[in-house]
Design a protein around this ligand. Structure first.
Ligand code: HEM
Length: 415
């Protein structure tokens, strides 16, 4: 490589490192990713390989050489899993590393087959009725107001209420999970967590485990048609979830599900407000809602990164050698702006077709909750377009987190 090329790659890698350690401060990484895709598509930052091209991201998800499980075990050990002082904590760590999202190969396949029962289209259709009535109620609550926080009062409240109702628990419980999830997610970004962080993660895993252990006991004594009872009963080919797998699954559904969906709705609304022509088009033609939600998923998805994976043998990704054991991150945001797949990738176009984005990942780990998330977003946007007056931004929102991309609040007012 010529000197110029080498120094350009070195500068890009410095920027990538900065973008990864201070994602909010760095701002929008679109132009950085465009250059990476072009000249350093499997880049390197902090000892991690970062893939930015659509095809390489898809390979990272599809190719069974890339193990999620090994990275999950390494993360758990880094956060103190090896030093669990009592049996409950040991089981809590076991539940967190065995969960579907952290499993590989045959273990993953077995768990996935059992869980798919709970997310069948017939089940989603049943939930859609409740999602519709909760949405109607939330929209009625803000109707007639001159100004409100769209993120708090609509975008987040919908998935929070939905997941609590699905699990058959009071809405207040969501506040508990929120704190535990935040502690786990915050620590997952630190390579060398301090003792206070490790203690917070340990407490969060223990609390999740004890909370769901009690809930499962209550349900076993009194089964209903809620998601917890559904998962207790779920089976495939005579096989069911063990107690630890069941508790891990419930924790995973909380961590994976409602914050992502809340951010999708808030981020999507923000883009509509920034693109008044697209907002007007959707109000005129609400039948475009499904396509608009797909474009929101592509353009401003909350899940910007895959969970880290590692190759189990030396491999090549996008022609770049990657040694066994090297952590690999797949950038969903960069893949979803790849011009080799998307025409004018940086335009927000609610009529985009085709729109084969990777917001829900790909391969065996394709998001199990994708239809639930899509249903919530579609029902919410149909309601907003048909039942609320035209809204405008009351103030520019602040990005709270760019790893799971989302804002602090989204204050809107009626024009
Ligand atoms: C807009 C909302 C959502 C987005 C953008 C999203 C995105 C993702 C992504 C990118 C993955 C793959 C993670 C990886 O392996 O790197 C994933 C997996 C998963 N998601 Fe979602 N998700 C959303 C909503 C939900 C909801 C509502 C649920 C369920 C309540 C859910 C449950 C899961 C589960 C169980 C997996 C693991 C699948 C497996 O490993 O086989 N997600 N999601």
């Amino acid at each position: 490589m010529a000197d110029d090329g080498e120094s350009r790659v070195a500068a890009l890698r410095r920027d990538l490192q900065r973008a990864m350690s201070d994602q909010v401060g760095f701002g929008r990484p679109d132009s950085l990713y465009a250059e990476l895709r072009e000249i350093d598509p499997v880049s390197e930052a902090n000892g991690i390989r970062v893939a930015t091209r659509f095809e390489d991201v898809l390979t990272g998800y599809r190719d069974q050489c890339f193990s999620r499980h090994r990275q999950a075990v390494a993360e758990a050990l880094a956060h103190g899993a090896g030093n669990a002082r009592d049996e409950t904590l040991k089981l809590a760590w076991e539940a967190s590393t065995a969960m579907l999202i952290n499993a590989d190969g045959p273990d993953h396949k077995r768990l996935r087959q059992i869980l798919e029962v709970a997310f069948k289209p017939t089940q989603i259709r049943k939930w859609a009725e409740r999602i519709q009535s909760i949405t109607d109620e939330l929209i009625a609550n803000v109707s007639g107001r001159r100004e409100f926080d769209f993120l708090r009062e609509l975008a987040f409240l919908l998935p929070e209420r939905v997941i609590c109702e699905l699990m058959g628990v009071p809405l207040e419980d969501h506040g508990l999970w929120g704190k535990w999830t935040a502690d786990i997610v915050a620590a997952a970004r630190t390579h060398e967590p301090c003792p206070a962080t490790m203690k917070a993660v340990e407490d969060a895993h223990r609390n999740f485990f004890l909370y769901f252990r009690d809930l499962v006991r209550q349900r076993r004594a009194n089964m209903g048609d809620d998601l917890v009872s559904l998962l207790i009963r779920a089976e495939s080919e005579g096989d069911r979830l063990s107690e630890v797998e069941l508790l891990g699954t419930l924790q995973m559904l909380i961590e994976a599900g409602h914050e992502t969906t809340g951010n999708l709705i808030a981020n999507g609304m923000y883009e509509l407000l920034r693109h008044p022509d697209q907002y007007a088009l959707l109000r005129d033609r609400p039948e475009l809602t499904d396509a608009a939600v797909e474009e929101m998923l592509r353009y401003c998805s909350p899940a910007q990164w895959s969970l880290p994976r590692e190759p189990v043998v030396d491999v090549e990704l996008g022609g770049v050698p990657v040694q066994a054991g090297t952590p690999v991150l797949l950038s969903l945001l960069a893949a979803n702006r790849d011009p080799s797949l998307f025409d004018k990738p940086d335009s927000f176009d609610i009529q985009r077709n085709p729109n084969r984005h990777l917001a829900f990942a790909g391969g065996p780990h394709f998001c199990l909750g994708n239809q639930l998330a899509r249903t919530e977003a579609r029902i919410m946007f149909r309601g907003i377009m048909t039942r609320l007056p035209v809204l405008e931004l009351a103030e520019e929102p602040r990005l709270r987190d760019a790893f799971v991309r989302g804002y602090d609040s989204l204050r809107v007012r009626v024009t």
